[in-house]
Design a protein. Structure first.
Length: 114
């Protein structure tokens, strides 16, 4: 059974940092391009960053230079280091393979507010 468990969210002031983690199971993680997505309040889910099996990363323009995606193929985990957070980063964050149709985890809430 494919599962994704995200954690690490919280309330942070603008300019602050958070590190999100995603523990995966039920598939061969090391073979899959993986991604972080987010869904802001009242909006559609959007792609934030993605990373190839060998570690090549790409970012949306809105987070480039502030966020860093990483993966640990030995542990089947994905992370997202978020720095210089802005109020518009407020969203529920999810991890999922970059392609295909997989179930979504519960996500982790990130709220950036003073």
């Amino acid at each position: 059974q494919v599962q994704f468990v995200e954690s690490g969210g919280g309330l942070v002031q603008p300019g602050g940092s958070l590190r999100l983690s995603c523990v995966t199971s039920g598939f061969t993680f090391s073979r899959y391009p993986m991604a972080w997505y987010r869904q802001p309040p009242g909006q559609e889910r959007e792609l934030v960053a993605h990373i190839s099996p060998d570690g090549n990363a790409n970012y949306s323009d809105s987070v480039k230079g502030r966020f860093t995606i990483n993966r640990d193929n030995a542990k089947s985990t994905l992370s997202l280091q978020m720095n210089m957070l802005k109020p518009e980063d407020t969203a529920v964050y999810y991890c999922n393979p970059r392609f295909g149709n997989y179930p979504w985890g519960q996500g982790t809430q990130v709220t950036v507010s003073s």
